[in-house]
Design a protein around this ligand. Structure first.
Ligand SMILES: [Zn+2]
Length: 336
């Protein structure tokens, strides 16, 4: 049996395995830890707003990096802190805006792990929206035992997200000629779930990314090289994964170890008698060497477009060797 899932495991799952399109959750995590040290079981909305705003002011004062993935938008907190910096609003007005506008999503959704809303529900607090937030014992316990480590982890995660958002923004206009090639050849999105039985025959019901068992209700078809670049649903680029692995990987680049794994998987298909192997040779080439070369060619193109925007900010990240992830996915598979 796997180890029990402790309070701190819930915290890590929430902070490290969330699907972050912005930095809100990280900022709220930091705010909660900071306010926990005062030992009050309930927090006024205004207290929360002040600590949250101060966190963003500190973060964005020197060299502000983007706080969300969409390059054409800014977060509520970026807007508020910019107005404050320009002097168009006072600190008091900024606080009021944070109270009214900043918490509508992040406070109700903080406990979500991946897409699972039940597993971590109300683990660290519950709230009366716009009025009070009530801290739970589990938050006091992890603060007591590990606050130093948790602060470091939050800062590291905040930087990682900002770095990824920045790279995404920088590359928006770059490598357009490469993108153009794929866009021109691009195909309409097809219904790719029909490939599940076929692909599962080559994966033995384990996830391509983490190597753990997949429940039948939790199988996603994932594009190893992001569809937003390659613009097709060809079988050689499709694998099966947990929904959480698929959604967390998002449009990031994976390391070469996953590419090698994909090449091996495709060679397994080529070595079988499945009729779809012709689809692979038509796309990648007639020989093993040619197919590996084509796969790397597309990988390098995607790397040009995404600009080394690696999953978890690391070319060596491998979920199959991440012990905490194994524990988490076991919990998620066993719970609603
Ligand atoms: Zn997985």
């Amino acid at each position: 049996m796997h180890d029990r899932f402790e309070d701190i495991d819930y915290w890590k799952a929430i902070i490290l395995y969330g699907l972050n399109a912005a930095t809100y959750k990280i900022a709220l995590g930091k705010t909660l830890l900071e306010l926990t040290k005062h030992n009050n079981e309930s927090l006024e909305w205004s207290t929360l707003a002040k600590a949250y705003l101060d966190n963003y002011i500190n973060r964005l004062s020197a060299n502000p990096l983007p706080q969300q993935s969409n390059p054409s938008r800014r977060t509520v907190m970026e807007r508020i802190t910019t107005q404050l910096r320009l002097g168009t609003i006072t600190y008091e007005e900024a606080l009021g805006m944070v109270e009214r506008e900043a918490f509508n999503d992040v406070i109700p959704r903080f406990h979500t792990i991946g897409v699972n809303k039940l597993m971590g529900a109300e683990k660290f607090y519950h709230f009366d929206h716009g009025k009070k937030l009530y801290l739970h014992d589990s938050l006091f316990r992890i603060h007591e035992s590990s606050s130093g480590e948790l602060y470091k982890e939050l800062d590291a995660r905040w930087s990682l997200l900002e770095g990824a958002f920045q790279m995404g923004h920088d590359n928006w206009d770059l490598a357009n000629d490469i993108r153009e090639i794929y866009i021109k050849k691009g195909t309409e999105r097809t219904n790719i779930t029909g490939n599940i039985p076929f692909l599962n025959g080559y994966q033995g019901n384990v996830c391509f990314y983490c190597g753990e068992q997949m429940a039948p209700s939790d199988i996603h078809v994932d594009h190893v090289l992001p569809r937003q670049v390659v613009m097709h649903d060809e079988i050689w680029n499709l694998v099966l994964s947990h929904s959480l692995c698929n959604l967390h990987k998002e449009d990031f680049l994976v390391g070469k170890h996953y590419l090698e794994k994909l090449i091996d998987r495709n060679e397994n298909i080529m070595g079988s008698n499945h009729p779809w192997k012709h689809k692979i040779s038509a796309s990648l080439g007639a020989t093993k060497v040619a197919r590996a070369k084509s796969t790397y060619y597309h990988y390098e193109n995607v790397r040009q477009v995404l600009g080394n925007r690696y999953w978890e900010n690391s070319p060596t990240y491998n979920r199959a060797t991440d012990p905490f992830y194994k524990k988490l996915i076991t919990q998620l598979n066993n719970k609603p």
